[in-house]
Design a protein around this ligand. Structure first.
Ligand code: SME
Length: 150
C-alpha cells in the first residue's frame, strides 16, 4: 500500500477512544502489516528525567534492549542529535545495537513535543537499503501525530 494511503488510517487511530499505548500499538501493527519492508516497528521514549530511552509499544520479535542509554546505538544517537537517522546497511555502523541477525537496515525518526525530543519511532528492515525520502516524510507525519497524544 502506498505510504500516502496510510496517513488517514494513522489519523483515525489517533482519534480512537483508546489508551495512548493501545493507539501506539495499533500504529505499529498498521505499519508492520502494510509495508512489507517494515519488519520490526516500535516506539522508544525518554525514561523520566534519566538520560536513557525506554521501550514502548512495538510489533515484531521481542528485544532485550528495553533500556538504551543516550548515545548508544542508533536510537541513543537520535536521542542526542534530534535528527532522523537512516541506516541503509547496519553492518556498516560501529555504534549499533543488534536486536536480531535478520535485520539489515534501520530508520529512526525523533518525536518532538514543544521542541523537546521525547522519543522516537524505530523501524528495522530485513531488506538492505529499503528506505527513501518518502519513508522519512511519512514517518515524520506519524511522529507529529503521535506527539499530539503524549
Ligand atoms: N538497533 C537499535 C536498537 C533497538 S532495536 O532495533 C529494537 C539501535 O542500534 O539503537
Amino acid at each position: 500500500m502506498p505510504l500516502e494511503n496510510l496517513k488517514p488510517e494513522v489519523e483515525s487511530i489517533i482519534n480512537q477512544s483508546s489508551t495512548k499505548d493501545e493507539k501506539l500499538k495499533s500504529i505499529c501493527e498498521l505499519l508492520e502489516s502494510n509495508i512489507d519492508y517494515y519488519n520490526w516497528v516500535g516506539f522508544y521514549f525518554k525514561n523520566g528525567d534519566k538520560n536513557e530511552l525506554k521501550l514502548g509499544p512495538y510489533v515484531g520479535e521481542p528485544t532485550d534492549h528495553i533500556i538504551i542509554p543516550f548515545g548508544k546505538g542508533i536510537c541513543g544517537q537520535v536521542a542526542e542529535s534530534n535528527a532522523n537517522f537512516v541506516v541503509p546497511d547496519v553492518k556498516a555502523q560501529d555504534n549499533y545495537i543488534a536486536c536480531s541477525i535478520t535485520v539489515k537496515a534501520e530508520i529512526v525518526i525523533p518525536i518532538f513535543v514543544n521542541g523537546q525530543n521525547l522519543g522516537q519511532i524505530d523501524i528495522d528492515s530485513n531488506t538492505v537499503d529499503p528506505f527513501t525520502k518518502a519513508d522519512e516524510e511519512f514517518l515524520e507525519f506519524v511522529c507529529a501525530k503521535v506527539a499530539t497524544i503524549l
